[in-house]
Design a binder for this molecule. Structure first.
Ligand code: AMP
Ligand code: ZN
Length: 472
């Protein structure tokens, strides 16, 4: 199976060749744990989970290492901890907040059918590695100390800006924010900074006496280096991270290790949007994963995680996705229709066409349309049903849920089928004698019982046949 992935670094789809097929290595930037994750944050988690599953399918489960970090040192974390736990010592409040938020994140994404990564490193557990990187960068002349900060000197790197395809001159011209006086160049960025009172603090690198804390970008360089090595296969995240975060990760890692690349392939998912705007905490237009799953805030409905995942994968990961109620309604209807697979046996492997679609730069819309096609014939063919079930499980889209489970928060009405069938027969009889008043009356009577009718013409006999289902 030949895998092709779009590489932000080269701006093209390329055949994927792992450095070591016995250990395919991927790093994805994880959440900053200060608050509930929103459904936009769930996009990279789901997208790279699909890639993780695909890599395991192609190279073997034990031959893939997936690292997704947790950022637990950040200004927003400090502020939120002080607000929520004003009576606790800062480090205790911070630990409590980050542990609670990480636990909530794990609960949310497990409901979305996301597998655990191989390693989930925390920034605060990699301070020693960050300090070492800072020291290496200073020693090699790529970083300098000023006002108790360690700063990366972007002018020391010939091709800074390659990932985001911008030259240093362009960036400097566009730098509008006020530049701190201690910086040599306006694009130089912080590797380490002094801690203010009440902030977490660690012994500083580069001979700085004052205790300090890491900048944002250095943590991913440290964690990726520790768990995946100096050069690895794939690095992912949302497109908003390409600049400055990923650009700066690359600068730090490459200059510290003297390598040509940090990761060979850089992948970025597009935005999840609401009414054309990126969903984000700062714009206030967000809905959390937890709210979608456990409240009726979105479309006056509670949504099952499997439905949310299906809805997310209906759009290719590089395209923007508009988050609408309609999308969820359609995904739910598809999963309802697939519940006929309960009790069916499962094949050993997913359908090769679906694996091929995903191998073409994770073409999930194409994979889903193949699934729709398989579903049609699976009704009549047990082998197809078994392969379909294996395919859905492989993509994390199947978990044996009943229709009632896929539609949480709705009362399931107990309907006495023995009363429904005679009414349907009576209605069809009324229609045949053109007594539409009576046939409509029976339809309404059934609707009041919570039964929805579907009429279809039998192609062979030409007769109208009626099926029914429970109203959703
Ligand atoms: P953050 O916690 O803000 O660093 O974001 C965690 C991950 O979610 C990053 O990979 C972001 O790129 C991604 N992300 C944030 N907002 C969105 C969005 N609206 N659509 C898609 N990805 C997003
Ligand atoms: Zn990162």
């Amino acid at each position: 199976m030949s895998l092709r992935l779009y590489n932000t670094l080269t701006r093209q789809k390329e055949p994927f060749e792992p450095l070591d097929p016995k250990n395919v290595r991927m790093y994805v930037c994880g959440p900053t744990v200060y608050d509930f994750a929103h459904i936009g944050n769930a996009r990279p988690v789901i997208v790279f989970d699909v890639l993780f599953r695909l890599l395991r399918e192609i190279y073997g489960k034990e031959h893939v290492t997936y690292v997704r970090n947790i950022t637990d040192v950040d200004d927003k974390i400090n502020a939120r901890a002080a607000e929520r736990y004003p009576d606790l010592a800062p480090e205790i409040g911070i630990r409590k907040l980050t542990e609670e938020t990480a636990a909530q994140f794990h609960k949310d994404i497990a409901a979305l059918g996301v597998l655990e990564p191989t390693v989930e490193p925390r920034a605060t557990e990699h301070i020693v590695e960050m300090v070492a990187l800072c020291n290496q960068l200073v020693a090699k002349g790529h970083a300098y100390v000023a006002a108790d900060h360690v700063l990366f000197d972007v002018s020391s790197m010939a091709d800074y800006g390659r990932l985001s395809n911008r030259s240093l001159e362009e960036m400097e011209a566009g730098a509008r924010v006020e530049v701190a006086p201690y910086k040599k160049g306006p694009m130089d960025f912080v590797l380490w900074k002094p801690s203010k009172p009440g902030e977490p603090a660690w012994p500083s690198p580069a001979g700085i006496a004052a205790p300090g804390r890491p900048g944002w970008h250095i943590e991913c360089s440290a964690m990726a280096g520790k768990h995946l090595g100096e050069v690895f296969d794939i690095h992912g995240g949302g497109i908003d991270l390409a600049f400055p975060h990923h650009e700066n990760e690359i600068a730090q890692s490459r200059c510290a290790h003297g390598t040509d690349v940090m990761a060979r392939v850089w992948m970025h998912n597009g935005f999840l949007q609401v009414e054309g705007e990126k969903m984000s905490k700062s714009l206030g237009n967000f809905i959390t994963i937890n709210e979608l799953l456990e409240t009726k805030k979105f479309g006056a409905n509670q949504w099952h995680g499997r439905v949310v995942r299906f809805a997310m994968l209906g759009t290719h990961y590089r395209q923007p996705i508009d988050w609408t109620v309609d999308r969820l309604v359609q995904a739910r209807a598809t999963l309802f229709d697939l519940s006929f697979l309960h009790g069916a046996p499962v094949a050993d492997a997913p359908h090769p066409e679906v694996v091929a679609a995903l191998s073409d730069d994770l073409n999930t819309p194409s994979a889903i349309s193949i699934i729709h096609g398989l579903a049609k014939s699976a009704h009549r063919n047990a082998d197809t049903a078994a392969v379909l079930k294996a395919t859905l499980q492989f993509m994390g889209l199947y978990g044996n849920e009943t229709q009632a489970e896929l539609n949480p928060g709705h009362e399931v009405r107990a309907i006495d089928a023995s009363k429904v069938e005679p009414l349907i027969v009576a209605r069809l009889a009324a229609r045949r004698r053109k007594d539409f008043k009576e046939s409509d009356r029976i339809r309404d009577e059934l609707a009041a019982m919570g039964v929805v009718l579907k009429d279809a013409k039998n192609k062979e006999t030409g007769e109208i046949e009626t099926t029914w289902e429970i109203a959703r």
